[in-house]
Design a protein around this ligand. Sequence first.
Ligand code: ATP
Ligand code: MG
Length: 316
Amino acid sequence: MVSLQPSSLYSSLTPSNLHNKQLSSKKYAIKSLLQYNRKPQLAGETPRVVVITSGKGGVGKTTTTANIGLSLARFGFKVVAIDADVGLRNLDLLLGLENRVNYTVIEVLNGECRLDQALVRDKRWSNFELLCISKPRSKLPLGFGGKALVWLVDALKDRQDGGCPDFILIDCPAGIDAGFITAITPANEAVLVTTPDITSLRDADRVTGLLECDGIRDIKMIVNRVRTDMIKGEDMMSVLDVQEMLGLPLLGVIPDDSEVIRSTNRGFPLVLNKPPTLAGLAFEQAAWRLVEQDTMQAVLLHEQPKKRGFFSFFGG
Ligand SMILES: Nc1ncnc2c1ncn2[C@@H]1O[C@H](COP(=O)(O)OP(=O)(O)OP(=O)(O)O)[C@@H](O)[C@H]1O
Ligand SMILES: [Mg+2]
């Protein structure tokens, strides 16, 4: 049992893959990973059905879905992002696609439209599509549950028009009630988003148990809204503490960055920003690891050599 008291606050991160090392050697210049002109190697069977979940609300699930989804599309993969946050959907807003959602899954299930009519293709990256379960503020219809979502995922796999997606990302609602159970049912892997605070961690721990009970063994975590200044001042738990508490492999660490809020309000995901921002790069790195089923490590900050610049935040 690991105490909730931060024991090793001075943490930073080291990567376990080559492209991160290349990145850190780039003399602190912020450049997109896409500059390496290589596509990450897709591991595992496709389509990879990944649920993005957290337990606690407002920790960054939808932000993660939007940014990882568009990163995957930029890497060249075919992606469908399903907003399973029924009634409180906002993935369409973050993607700037809110005016283009004419039909939802509910209309598909009612026979009022075809599945391809409910899929909203992103104009920037045509290999990225958004699918909303229902209209904003509507209630989860009776009878809509895990089985309906499994049917939907199967229909996406069997699509004749656009081909089977490489990734189906499911943006999960907060909490652990019916909406959560529905969202995790078709998934075979999960990205658990948490912030480094005890309430988020407790919920994340509970959700990890529920995911495992549901047979989802591949669970990786993203630690979001990390502030190195607060970690150094011992006012925030380190990523290492978070990892020790949850015992999950680390997919990515995202700094707390006002650019995230700006991009949310503009409906323009951060990973598309030019020049790239720190948080945008961190999301892109996490997406790269997701593709290759890779992870990263958190280590103590004082183990790192000095003069590393801000890329030491991501490791190197
Ligand atoms: N790394 C970050 N830095 C700064 N702000 C962030 C960061 N990540 C997320 N946010 C902000 O936090 C808020 C909540 O994010 P988001 O909607 O993605 O969370 P959520 O987990 O999907 O919430 P909900 O549980 O309500 O669905 C947004 O305003 C977003 O801009
Ligand atoms: Mg959300």
